[in-house]
Ligand binder design. Structure first.
Ligand SMILES: [Fe+2]
Length: 176
């Protein structure tokens, strides 16, 4: 049976902090709770995406090496910045960001990649991963819009705009 996000991250004890922070920033406690849970799922996906991209950076082989090795480094540096921003947004909403890979893997739609050395295969995995995070961010756009959570909303909006362009470029690289 799949565990709920509450069971996995054991976040019952932070209820009081959510109430306090929600009041301080003028949002509803239930909205802060729902949004931070979804952000924790997003954080889990980003963390697996990040580590997969490091693996592609290290293990890429062949004539695309000098193009993709630095490109993947640029991508994982961008992902790690977002990981920190998402975690700090969760804290701002009064919740606790998960930080264990064992927890991440239980809720992440993006799965760990293993020993990927082929450039095109790596780019395909990256495109699939962008699809997952963009879809989650779009869900968060709707929820945060209804909750009046402009802070999370604009953060998600910025990520989507940037990543849609990345998708165009990676897809063009594949000649599609
Ligand atoms: Fe490196």
């Amino acid at each position: 049976m799949r565990l709920s996000i509450n069971q996995i991250f054991n976040i019952k004890s932070i209820k009081l902090y959510i109430m306090k922070n929600a009041t301080l920033i003028g949002l509803q406690e239930t909205d802060c709770k729902n949004i931070s849970e979804k952000l924790n799922v997003l954080l889990a996906n980003y963390s697996v995406f990040y580590q997969n991209t490091r693996g592609s950076h290290w293990n890429i082989k062949g004539d695309q090496f000098f193009t993709l090795h630095p490109k993947f480094e640029e991508l994982y540096n961008s992902l790690v910045l977002k990981i920190d921003e998402i975690a700090e947004r969760i804290l701002t909403l009064g919740a606790t960001p998960a930080h264990n890979y064992s927890d991440y893997l239980q809720v992440s739609t993006i799965k760990e990649s293993k020993e990927v050395s082929d450039g095109n295969k790596s780019v395909e995995i990256i495109l699939e991963s962008f699809k997952v995070v963009i879809d989650l961010q779009r869900e968060l756009l709707n929820i945060t819009d209804e909750a009046g959570d402009e802070g999370t909303n604009s953060q998600m909006s910025d990520y989507i705009t940037e990543q849609e362009k990345e998708v165009w470029m990676y897809n063009s690289y594949l000649g599609k």
